[in-house]
Design a protein around this ligand. Structure first.
Ligand code: UT7
Length: 326
């Protein structure tokens, strides 16, 4: 069986920078509160019309360019997102069309902030079993289109953008070494956008009074996140027969610096081996892990042959981790 290596990675985030100071003018908050509780200093905010496929396609096209691959040679486009352009068609199809991947299949993966973990494993499994030769795996979200800008407990947390990885079959000792994917639907109530799906469709009587903006029970999600990070990291290391000492770089979902440091502490990983960029982007949902991987590589923190551990958690509830030989 071949391995499925990440041959290239790219990112695309919204251009507009929104600082904590700007929030002081629209809700009762402060730069000090946001920084101490979350680690976020600024985030990127998409313009109206800049949807998830917009950033996803830019990143996907760039990943292919970096790998020197013709879009017509791509077998599959997978997009991890919960903020797709539409309920349907899938955002992966819109990306497939924009990048000119004429001969590829395309589908979305909805696993919230763990979406890239799930999508990378799906691509890897399909490549390894021979169903496809290669895939473009996108993780992208534009959550600011869905926040309630008057709710200080959520509007300061999110940013827009994502990244894309080009994965292909290789005989080299690279690619996903082990993955764990977990869920607990009893926690579905803790992060959600209630209206707009088939239970509460827009403009239907049963949807009256239901919320079409993002709701999050912050404290519950915080407690879950700390547990989920530790749980999935331990499980994925155990599955691979490795320990935290073998990990070159820990690249977690970027939701909150306190969650990241708690997880690193729990794993006994010094912060020099933990990649953090939440201060620049806030929480970009499924986009945060590929953007972190891209920046880690660009900064020289992640090199070919290194062992990187990614971990994500989010609405569902879902969580999971990949161990990747870069
Ligand atoms: O990717 C999806 C996963 N999502 C997450 O990982 C988010 C997980 N949760 C969190 O990161 C944290 O729970 C938050 C950052 C959302 C909140 O931090 P916290 O330390 O749990 O604060 P809290 O919710 O307990 O709120 C403490 C106080 C409250 O005031 P009272 O009731 O003590 O008077 C809030 O109303 O802080 C208040 N507050 C704010 N104050 C200033 C909440 N948001 C703000 C704000 N500015 N933006």
């Amino acid at each position: 069986m071949p391995n499925a290596a990440i041959q290239s990675i790219a990112m695309s985030v919204a251009e507009r920078v929104m600082t904590n100071e700007e929030f002081e003018k629209i809700v009762e908050t402060s730069d000090e509160w946001i920084q101490t509780r979350t680690g976020i200093k600024e985030r990127r905010v998409a313009e109206p019309g800049q949807s998830s496929s917009y950033f996803g396609a830019i990143a996907a096209a760039d990943a292919l360019k970096r790998a020197g691959v013709n879009p017509e040679d791509v077998d599959m486009v997978i997009c991890a997102t919960v903020t797709g352009d539409h309920l349907f068609p899938g955002t992966a199809c819109l990306i497939q069309e924009r990048i000119g991947a004429k001969n590829a299949g395309a589908f979305d993966v909805g696993a919230a902030c763990a979406g890239f973990i799930y999508a990378a494993e799906v691509a890897s499994s399909m490549i390894r079993n021979g169903t496809i030769r290669n895939a473009v795996v996108v993780g992208v979200d534009t959550l600011t289109h869905f926040v309630d800008w008057s709710d200080r407990s959520t509007c300061v947390l999110f940013g827009d953008g994502g990244g894309a990885a080009y994965m292909e079959a290789t005989e080299e000792d690279r690619g996903i070494v082990a993955t764990v994917m977990l869920s607990d639907g009893s926690g579905a109530k803790h992060i959600k956008i209630e209206k707009g799906g088939s239970l509460y469709p827009p403009s239907r009587p049963q949807s009256e009074g239901k919320c079409s903006t993002l709701y999050m029970a912050g404290k519950e999600v915080f407690r879950f996140a700390v547990r989920a990070m530790a749980d999935s990291c331990h499980k994925v290391l155990e599955k691979a027969g490795l320990t935290a000492d073998d990990v070159t770089l820990f690249c977690p979902h970027q939701a909150n610096l306190r969650i990241i440091t708690a997880a690193a502490e729990h794993l006994g990983l010094p912060m020099e081996r933990v990649f953090v960029n939440v201060q620049k982007y806030g929480n970009m949902g499924a986009g945060s892990i590929p953007v972190a991987l891209y920046e880690a590589e660009a900064e020289g923190a992640l090199k070919k042959g290194d062992l990187v551990m990614t971990v994500g958690f989010g609405a569902g509830l879902v969580w999971g981790a990949n161990l990747i030989r870069w």
